[in-house]
Design a protein around this ligand. Structure first.
Ligand SMILES: Nc1nc2c(ncn2[C@@H]2O[C@H](COP(=O)(O)OP(=O)(O)OP(=O)(O)O)[C@@H](O)[C@H]2O)c(=O)[nH]1
Ligand SMILES: [Mg+2]
Length: 302
C-alpha cells in the first residue's frame, strides 16, 4: 500500500455537536467511546455529569467537537440543579448538530422535557443507546416509529456505547451533517478541559461509585493545588461535603474509603496524563454549598 492511502483522509468539515438527553442514558459513555479515551466521568447514578465536557474526534473527513452535557433535570431541587440545566442550554447555543440520546425502548416525560430544550431550528440526530439491553430486538422498529412522531430527526442510529456497537456508523452518518470548513483544534487535542478539571472529575467519579446512594449529590471536589514538576503532578484535592456526618462516611474506617477512592482516581489520572501523580486528599464540610450561587461559582459551575 502506498503511504498516501494509509494516511488519514483530509478534514473538510468541522463542527460542534452537543450530546443531550435525560440523566443516565449514557451520554458520557458515548463521548468516551467516540473519543477513544475516558475524559468524561460515568456512573450508574443519575446526574453524574455536572459540567460541559468537550471531546475532539477526527473521523470520516470531519472534525467533531463534542460537548457532553449534564442530564437535563425536570426537578429543580437547588442552585446546583439549575446550574446543570444552564450548562445544557449554554452547550446548545450555536451548535451545528445535536445528538439526542435515549435508552432503547424507553421514552418518558423526562426524555420529552430534554428534547424540548433543543431549539426548534437545530439539526438533531437521534441516538438510541443501550440496544444491548433490549431482549427483543423486534421492539426497536416500533420504538423508532414512536420517536419519529416526536421530532424530525436528521438521522436515527441505534447503538451500544458501552460495547462499542455501531458507534463508528454514528460518526459516518453525522459527518455529512457538519458544515464545510477547516479543523478548529490540533490533531492531537482530545479535550479543551484542563488537567486540573479532569483531576477533580476523576476523583468525583470514584466518590460517586464507591459511596452510598444519597451521598453523591452532596459532594463536590475542589483542586487546591496542582503543580507539575517534569513528568510528576502534585495534586491536593478537597472533597466538599454538605453535612458533618458525611465527612466520616467519605473517610471510612481508619481512612480506608478515602484511601481507596484516591488510589483509584490516581490510576486513571496517570493513564490520561501520561505521568506519575502524587495525590493528597482531605474532606471539608461546606454546609449548603449546592444551594449557594457563590460557592458554586468558586467550584467552577456555570
Ligand atoms: N448496558 C449498557 N449500559 C450502558 C450503555 N451506555 C451506558 N451505560 C451505562 O449507563 C449508566 C449511565 O452512563 P453515563 O454515561 O454516566 O450516562 P449519562 O447520560 O452521561 O448520565 P448523566 O451524566 O448522569 O446524565 C452507566 O452505568 C453506564 O455504564 C450501553 O450501551 N449499554
Ligand atoms: Mg454524563
Amino acid at each position: 500500500m502506498s503511504e498516501r492511502s494509509e494516511s488519514a483522509p483530509e478534514i473538510s468539515r468541522a463542527g460542534f455537536v452537543a450530546i443531550v438527553g435525560r440523566p443516565n442514558v449514557g451520554k458520557s459513555t458515548l463521548l468516551n467511546r467516540l473519543v477513544g479515551q475516558k475524559i468524561s466521568i460515568v456512573s450508574s447514578k443519575a446526574q453524574t455529569t455536572r459540567h460541559r465536557v468537550t471531546g475532539i474526534v477526527a473521523a470520516h473527513g470531519a472534525q467533531f467537537v463534542f460537548v457532553d452535557t449534564p442530564g437535563f433535570q425536570t426537578r429543580h431541587r437547588n442552585a446546583l440543579n439549575r446550574a446543570m440545566n444552564r450548562a445544557v442550554a449554554n452547550a446548545l447555543a450555536g451548535v451545528d448538530l445535536v445528538f439526542f440520546v435515549v435508552e432503547a425502548g424507553r421514552f418518558g416525560d423526562e426524555d420529552r422535557a430534554a428534547l424540548a430544550v433543543i431549539p426548534p431550528d437545530a439539526r438533531v440526530a437521534l441516538v438510541i443507546n443501550k440496544v444491548d439491553l433490549l431482549a427483543d430486538k423486534r421492539r426497536l422498529l416500533p420504538f423508532i416509529d414512536q420517536l419519529r412522531a416526536e421530532r424530525d430527526f436528521a438521522e436515527i442510529v441505534p447503538l451500544s456505547a458501552e460495547r462499542g456497537h455501531n458507534c463508528d456508523e454514528l460518526l459516518e452518518a453525522a459527518a455529512p451533517l457538519l458544515p464545510e470548513g477547516a479543523p478548529m483544534f490540533g490533531e492531537d487535542e482530545i479535550t479543551d478541559r484542563s488537567e486540573r478539571f479532569l483531576a477533580a472529575e476523576f476523583l468525583r467519579e470514584k466518590l460517586f461509585r464507591l459511596l452510598g446512594d444519597e451521598l453523591p449529590y452532596g459532594l463536590a471536589v475542589e483542586i487546591e493545588k496542582f503543580d507539575t514538576e517534569g513528568e510528576l503532578r502534585r495534586i491536593h484535592a478537597a472533597v466538599i461535603v454538605d453535612k458533618p456526618a458525611h465527612k466520616a462516611m467519605v473517610i471510612g474506617k481508619g481512612g480506608e474509603k478515602l484511601k481507596r477512592v484516591a488510589s483509584e482516581a490516581r490510576v486513571e489520572m496517570e493513564r490520561l496524563f501520561g505521568g506519575k501523580v502524587f495525590l493528597e486528599t482531605w474532606v471539608k464540610v461546606k454546609s449548603g454549598w449546592a444551594d449557594d450561587e457563590r460557592a458554586l461559582k468558586s467550584l467552577g459551575y456555570e
